[in-house]
Design a protein around this ligand. Structure first.
Ligand SMILES: N[C@@H](CCC(=O)N[C@@H](CS)C(=O)NCC(=O)O)C(=O)O
Length: 226
């Protein structure tokens, strides 16, 4: 898509992977021009919040056409961008529901790790042994259970993409970032077999296939030069 055809897009987020990276990667893959704005400080984010620009007080925020629209919630943003870029079906409700389910499943899978990492944000008072015990349960039981389910899903995909789409869908961008970029950085006590997807050949193939996409390789090569 050329810049003349597409709305003007500006992403506001921190200079971290988090919820911003799937958005950046989807734009890179779909050829959507995106201004990737990083807050210079936490105060700048707090100011944006105080100005009422963030519907739920959270980022990422995608500003469309110089403030004509302010979109929040990363999965809503991803679906919007994927529609612009031809990566989300507009006339196949069943396929769309499968993509949505894979997106929702990612959120379910990573609720535990997210809460255990950012306890106070969620009003959870776990600490000490109780927190450690939770982290171990998440790393040894919860995430492996979700990976088993993802492995099954990929096993039934004829394309190697999670929802069986011909091209990567928003679900693939979200899962890739979680599996390949977020998981290895967490402080949860994962066994090294999990982090290298041993016993999950389809997940390993998915991660490798995604990382080998020309647009994704180019995106990271360009980033290195910055
Ligand atoms: N479900 C939301 C979660 C967004 C979220 O948790 N954003 C964090 C940053 S990664 C945030 O804005 N936190 C508010 C804060 O730090 O005060 C999404 O997917 O966009």
């Amino acid at each position: 898509m050329t810049s003349r055809q597409q709305p003007k897009l500006k992403l506001y987020y921190f200079n971290i992977v988090g919820k911003g990276e799937p958005i950046r990667l989807l734009c890179a893959y779909a050829g959507l021009e995106l201004e990737d704005y990083h807050f210079a400080s936490r105060q700048e984010f707090q100011d944006l919040k105080a100005n009422g620009k963030l519907a739920f007080g959270q980022v990422p925020l995608l500003e469309v056409d110089d403030g004509a629209h302010q979109l929040v919630q990363s999965t809503a943003i991803l679906r919007y961008l994927a529609k612009l870029g031809g990566l989300y079906p507009r006339d196949d409700d069943i396929l769309a529901a499968k993509i949505d389910a894979a997106l929702a499943q990612e959120a379910d899978a990573f609720t535990g790790p997210t809460v255990a990492t950012y306890t106070t944000r969620f009003g959870i008072c776990l600490e000490g042994d109780a927190l450690q015990q939770s982290k171990e349960l998440i790393a040894k039981e919860v995430i492996p259970r979700h990976l088993d389910a993802l492995e099954q899903l990929l096993n039934s995909s004829s394309t190697g993409w999670i929802a069986g789409t011909d091209q990567p869908s928003p679900a693939d961008f979200v899962w890739y970032v979680r599996l390949a970029l977020w998981l290895p950085e967490t402080q949860l006590p994962f066994q090294k077999e999990i982090l290298s997807f041993q016993g999950y050949p389809k997940i390993k193939a998915f991660v490798d296939k995604f990382a080998s996409l020309e647009a994704i390789k180019r995106y990271y090569a360009d980033k290195k030069k910055e």
